[in-house]
Design a protein around this ligand. Structure first.
Ligand code: FAD
Length: 419
């Protein structure tokens, strides 16, 4: 696939795809993967059982790879239910391979987080239905979730939250799904932040499409299920007539998403540098080591040359910026509610995590002044906070986009071999 360069005011960025590829694939991606394997980052607390607030819930998809049953957390019984819960893919139960100390500490985390940091309350975290999910045991990959149900979700995200571009023809027709001239002329008329918002959602959508193509179900028989890259699925989604030439634009949106989240990580550095900040799991030596790894990644993010004009994005006139911030915050709130309508638990899990991660990235970008003003050693009430759930979501969401960029390299070589 020919990936055109990321240039100009498309995303207010002056860097090209090759620079990002080299930076990500050779430097950042390996470090990030190591960090995300740590206990702190692999366990994400989430409520997957919230009812869909917008329409009557469809039956959860009957496909084996997305209808993952949540197990009751932390009990020996839960860990014995592995077969019930799609082999080693169970949601809810904490991984038996974790050390006993960590499993005990997990139970203690919420207490620690609330008391030590008084982070903002996120309903998912507070709910009695919220549970820790081991992300390493539930990789994002092809699930078979598709068709009108999935389109309805994407459609609602674009239609309801992208500042209402135009009404999507009904019945939903993915072929005409907002990829019309009307949409693009509308988009160009929007302020830079609103255009950016659309590109972020489209980038997230592209990232999910890359992942499901990269970890596709290639073989399924009773003794083995094989997952791996499916180049023709990738081509269908990004380089076929079906996309009406939109494929490269969608991939550029993925790069844009990458840059925004990378920038947010760079900006968040002072928050994580605070002496009072810990990656608490109860294993002090490990926690300190992981904090150092995290700071190393954030320094690396800072070292990447300025990739977009930040005075044009997320700043502007104070009043206008405050209104935009609120618009975007509300949009993210809506998107996270829409995620409760995703009829496939695994897609719901990763959808929630990635929207929360992106929401957290935007929160960071909009809070630059507060973060820079953070005292080095905390006295009094901090002006900027991130909850454990937000931190885990931010880093894992970025991990997903970073993996997508890496997967693109793989597809490039697979497709060139085929030629
Ligand atoms: P879809 O991807 O459903 O897209 C619908 C229409 O949107 C397309 O026809 C096109 O016009 C437009 N479009 C497509 N991509 C973009 C883009 N990047 N930017 C702008 N417009 C675009 N499936 C899995 O196998 N594994 C998962 O983990 C998974 N997670 C999901 C998470 C969420 C939140 C949702 C809503 C769906 C998820 N799915 C997942 C389903 C997957 O995203 C697709 O919906 C499904 O594979 C059907 O694909 P499709 O080709 O019909 O087009």
């Amino acid at each position: 696939i020919h990936l055109t360069k990321v240039t100009g005011n498309l995303d207010d960025c002056a860097c090209d795809v090759e620079t990002i590829n080299a930076f990500n694939n050779d430097l950042l991606y390996p470090k990030l993967q190591t960090l995300l394997e740590s206990d702190y980052f692999r366990l994400y607390k989430v409520n997957l059982n919230k009812p869909c607030p917008f329409w009557t819930d469809h039956s959860h998809c009957g496909v084996r790879d997305c209808a993952v049953k949540p197990c009751s957390p932390y009990s020996a019984e839960a860990n014995e239910q592995l077969d019930e819960c799609e082999k080693a893919e169970h949601l809810g139960a904490v991984d038996v391979s974790l050390s006993e100390e960590t499993r005990e500490a997990v139970l203690d985390w919420s207490k620690h987080d609330d008391e030590a940091e008084r982070f903002c309350v996120v309903d998912d975290e507070e709910s009695p239905d919220a549970q820790y999910v081991d992300l390493l045991l539930n990789p994002e990959r092809y699930t078979g979730y598709k068709g009108p149900e999935a389109w309805q979700i994407w459609n609602s995200i674009y239609e309801e939250n992208c500042f209402k571009p135009y009404t999507v023809p009904r019945p939903l027709n993915p072929a005409t799904f907002y990829s019309t001239r009307t949409f693009y002329s509308w988009l160009e008329g929007q302020c830079v932040e609103k255009r950016a918002f659309y590109r972020l959602v489209s980038g997230l959508h592209a990232s999910i499409s890359v992942h499901l193509s990269a970890r596709y179900l290639l073989g399924d028989n009773w003794f083995e299920r094989k997952w791996g890259p499916n180049a023709s699925e990738f081509q269908q989604r990004f380089d076929s007539e079906l996309t009406k030439g939109e494929g490269p634009k969608r991939l550029r949106n993925l790069y844009f998403l990458y840059l925004i989240e990378l920038r947010a990580l760079a900006k968040a550095l002072p928050f994580f540098q605070q002496a009072s900040f810990q990656l608490y799991t109860g294993q002090l030596e490990q926690d300190q080591k992981h904090k150092e790894q995290l700071l190393d990644i954030l320094q690396l993010a800072r070292s990447f040359p300025l990739h977009f004009d930040e005075t044009a994005l997320f700043a502007g006139d104070r009043e206008e910026a405050a209104k935009l911030k609120e618009d975007i915050r509300l949009s993210f709130l809506n998107i996270s509610k829409i995620m409760d309508c995703v009829g496939c638990f695994k897609c719901r899990l990763w959808g929630k995590l990635q929207t929360q991660g992106l929401g957290t990235a935007l929160k960071v970008l909009f809070s630059e002044r507060q973060i820079e003003a953070l005292p080095k050693s905390r006295t009094g009430w901090p002006t900027f906070q991130l909850s454990r759930q937000e931190i885990v979501a931010l880093l894992n969401a970025f991990g997903r986009v970073s993996t997508s960029i890496k997967e693109l390299q793989n597809f490039r070589s697979l497709l060139s071999e085929q030629q």
